[in-house]
Design a protein around this ligand. Structure first.
Ligand SMILES: [Zn+2]
Ligand SMILES: [Zn+2]
Length: 446
């Protein structure tokens, strides 16, 4: 591990320096593929109809242990590795979710696992999944549809955060899309009676959604923008578009809420005498935690341990924390928290979909200064700093120790499968993304 940590730290920095949006991670994906190939992995690029998706395998036969990697950036979060807001390119993309670290740490772990397998003669396959466009494009869903997760025995995944933590937390199921209203244009003052406003359709829909908000379970999230509201105030808008996402801890509950949101949209069209068309967007499942893999990861993270800030890093952290809006009540990166608490993170991920088809264990590592949340300039700054790279090594060590334990002890893999069935409780993975629908390769630049 130590032999490769600097190299993959540099890889993470290189990806951070040229942030690429989902499905456009050409350089990032190529760099990770090149590093894995150079380390003896058998790499297949452009899988599942996505140019930047790839798999990299070492070994043969079972068990097949998979490690997930992501490398897409976020729009508008360009940021220098400094504790003050300062974009490299104003309005440009940036690694505000730390996926430069996510993809690189997972690759570092894969290489370390491979060397351990060779050294100890461990049987099985270690496979890295290069999964594009986690931030809305859902690359993993298309990889599942393409059958790439068949015959995988267990998946290990992690995410950058401001603490080192293993627990049984889940993430919200989400569904989103565009509601397009088509009306009739006319002069808004001279002939308003001849027009049918698509914007009226959108606004009636959203008013209905606001009333609906009173009658959905507490944990539900519904958020939207009017992505097109017409072109000029003196023209009755012939076209309007609402971009909306809804979330709930349970995919089935969310389906019920979604039916009611569709009725709100239909009501908007009916009342405004416009036509409504729905275009499916993101649909992610909630994460199904795995009790066995969580225990394996907990042991691994305790062994991996946290890390200490240098005086310079402590200074960096203190300055950054002054820019946060709330007092910081988080443990430092030297702490490792392992527990069996269940709960829901308020975001969503396509790791959720994977967790419904293969036993999946995940955890977070302290790549961000305590108190810093994802999707912020502060997170983007940390992802390019030595703090991010130290957290990345904690993640890689944890992944590697856990995977080696699974290769050494096939009974753990069987136990993970039993735990998976118990959580599934007879249910199975469903998605609104059709098996034959092509990946939305242009989603991020729309
Ligand atoms: Zn994110
Ligand atoms: Zn993320």
């Amino acid at each position: 591990m130590a032999a490769h940590a600097d190299r993959f730290g540099a890889v993470s920095r290189q990806i951070w320096e040229s942030p690429e949006l989902g499905f456009h991670e050409t350089r990032s994906s190529a760099l990770l593929q090149q590093e894995l190939r150079a380390n003896g992995f058998d790499v297949t690029g452009g899988v599942a109809g996505m140019p930047t998706a790839f798999t990299a395998s070492f070994g043969s036969g079972s068990p097949v242990i998979a490690i997930l990697g992501e490398f897409d950036a976020l729009p508008g979060l360009s940021q220098k590795d400094a504790p003050a807001q300062s974009p490299v390119v104003a309005g440009g993309p940036g690694h505000g979710c730390g996926h430069n670290l996510l993809g690189s740490a997972s690759a570092l772990a894969a290489v370390a696992i491979k060397e351990e397998m060779q050294a100890r003669g461990l049987k099985g396959t270690i496979r890295y999944y290069g999964t594009p466009a986690e931030e809305g494009g859902g690359g993993k869903i298309y990889m599942i549809h393409a059958g790439l997760f068949q015959h995988v025995d267990a998946v290990l995944a992690w995410h950058p955060s401001d603490t080192n933590e293993v627990n049984l937390h889940s993430m919200l199921a989400n569904n989103g899309g565009k509601f397009r209203f088509y009306g009739v244009a006319s002069h808004a003052a001279a002939a308003p009676e001849r027009g049918r406003s698509a914007l009226d359709g959108a606004m009636i829909m959203l008013n209905a959604v606001e009333f609906l908000r009173e009658h959905v379970p507490q944990e539900t999230r519904i958020h939207y923008i009017i992505s097109n509201g017409g072109s000029a105030a003196n023209i009755v808008p012939a076209f309007a578009e609402v971009s909306l996402i809804a979330r709930n801890p349970d995919a089935q509950t969310l389906n019920g809420i979604w039916e009611r949101i569709m009725k709100c949209a239909q009501a908007g069209a009916l009342a405004s005498e416009t036509r409504m068309e729905f275009v499916q967007g993101t649909n992610y499942s909630n994460v199904l935690p795995n009790d066995t893999l969580s225990e394996v990861l907990g042991r691994a993270m305790r062994k991996a341990g946290g890390y200490e800030f240098t005086p310079e890093e402590r200074q960096f952290a203190a300055e950054m924390q002054k820019t946060l809006d709330a007092p910081v009540r988080k443990p430092g990166p030297e702490k490792v928290q392992v527990d069996k608490s269940e709960g829901f993170g308020s975001a969503s991920t396509d790791v959720g979909d994977v967790s419904w088809v293969v036993p999946t264990g995940q955890f977070v590592a302290a790549t961000f200064v305590p108190g810093v949340g994802a999707h912020t300039w502060q997170a983007a700054a940390c992802a390019g700093s030595s703090v991010g790279r130290k957290g990345m090594v904690v993640a890689a060590r944890t992944l590697a120790l856990a995977a080696v334990e699974l290769f050494e002890n096939p009974a753990e893999v069987q136990a993970a499968k039993a735990a998976f069935q118990e959580r599934l409780a007879g249910r199975h993975w469903t998605t609104r993304i059709q098996a034959d629908s092509p990946p939305p390769l242009d989603y991020a630049v729309k």
